[in-house]
Ligand binder design. Sequence first.
Ligand SMILES: Nc1ncnc2c1ncn2[C@@H]1O[C@H](COP(=O)(O)OP(=O)(O)OP(=O)(O)O)[C@@H](O)[C@H]1O
Ligand SMILES: [Mg+2]
Length: 465
Amino acid sequence: MIPLTVAEITAAVGGTLHASDPATVAAAVVDGPVEYDSRKVAPGGLFVAFAGAKVDAHDFAAKAVADGAVAVLGSRPVEGVPTIVVEDPLTAVGRLARAVLARLDGLTVVAVTGSSGKTSTKDLITALLRTAGPTVATTASENNELGTPYTVLKVAADTRFLVLEMGSRGVGHLRYLCDIAPPDVSVVVNVGVAHIAEFGSVEGTALAKGELVEALRPAGLAVLNADDPRVAAMAARTTATVVLAGESALSDFRATDVVGLDRGRFGFTLHVPGGDAVPVRLDAAGRHQVGNALLAAAVASHAGVDPAGIAATLGDLEGLSTRRMDVFDRADDVTVIDDSYNANPASMAAALRALTAVAGGRRMIAVLGFMAELGEYERTGHEEVGRLAAELGVDRLVAVGEQAAPILHGASVVASWGGDPVLVTDQEAAVALLRDELRPRDVVLVKGSRYRTWDIADALREGLK
Ligand SMILES: Nc1ncnc2c1ncn2[C@@H]1O[C@H](COP(=O)(O)OP(=O)(O)OP(=O)(O)O)[C@@H](O)[C@H]1O
Ligand SMILES: [Mg+2]
């Protein structure tokens, strides 16, 4: 964190300082990391103690200070430990993040939301902005009311770009996150049925996601997916400058001549307003990454990266988040697409299309788990995925767990499909089946909602021992 005294932090969060020697503690400077996991505490840092149902982190407050934390931010005083006491530490961390940002000039805050592809797009934006200046970004998917301030608090005095993935499960969520970190650039990837159980409807989702552009000041920039009508329509919800990115002719940042390359990757011609068109060979698997890359290109261009620089970085990507379109070859010549991080119908469709692109005629095996949080759309959502898998000609369709069975029902309605469906009880059974059936040159996609399929991808990575 940027250096702040304990007194400044106490004032920023509206807390009360409890310490045996308050004057000395108040003047002490916090310049280390802000952590809520006591194992991560480092010298000069601040430890945030949450009192959870199972663990009360105040029990670790003394250890955190012994490990070098200057003070603790908690909901009650701890004997012998300098503690800034607030009613709610979560709200307090948000306030602290807001105060830190208010002290920094010359920092551009980029916020990214959408139903699918937030992390993927955030990773592409981060890779591009790193070429323009010191950049801090959300790690993995830490996109909620804790992850957002946690990421903000990693900013240093020389940070030029802060890229924040922002998740939303209902009206008001993004507004809350944008109060903590008011965006200069708001990026909306798409509006789909992810988390629809909480939103109620796709329209409800669009309403909530649009809060990201409503939070922009007039001098800000909205970067909107031109190919998603619900996203493009968000242009009307801000007075900030709007740029559209996509393949439609309306787009300011546009891809034409999209062609499949090796390993499920795609190439295209990138058009930017007022600049030269450049060829891009996108170093990420899946057709859906083209749209993500266009959004990222718009953000990078705003930050001054020229088209050639954008093309160079997009052509050689490193450090993308794990379990997302991670294509790897095993020693036995089987190719695996680990896209097991999470799943909803749109991302399943994207991944199945990527499977066909990677396979390029090789035998395709899709190991698909349950998609969570679809509410009343659950049955149809699974059936649609199965139908698409069949239409794309997946050879072996493995549904993992009884809840994923509707995937197979969906596939069975495609009369022309000659593939082979199977329902397995759980992840272990899926691994056993793959152990028996995999042959050299097979291409396997593994995807489902989080922990429900992770173990299968890991077993494939480890060689199905
Ligand atoms: N633009 C896109 N359209 C549809 N699917 C996409 C898109 N980009 C990525 N995906 C798919 O969505 C899945 C999730 O991607 P990613 O982790 O980037 O999304 P997310 O929005 O961050 O998800 P979460 O809500 O879990 O944080 C990926 O596995 C990928 O297959
Ligand atoms: Mg994410």
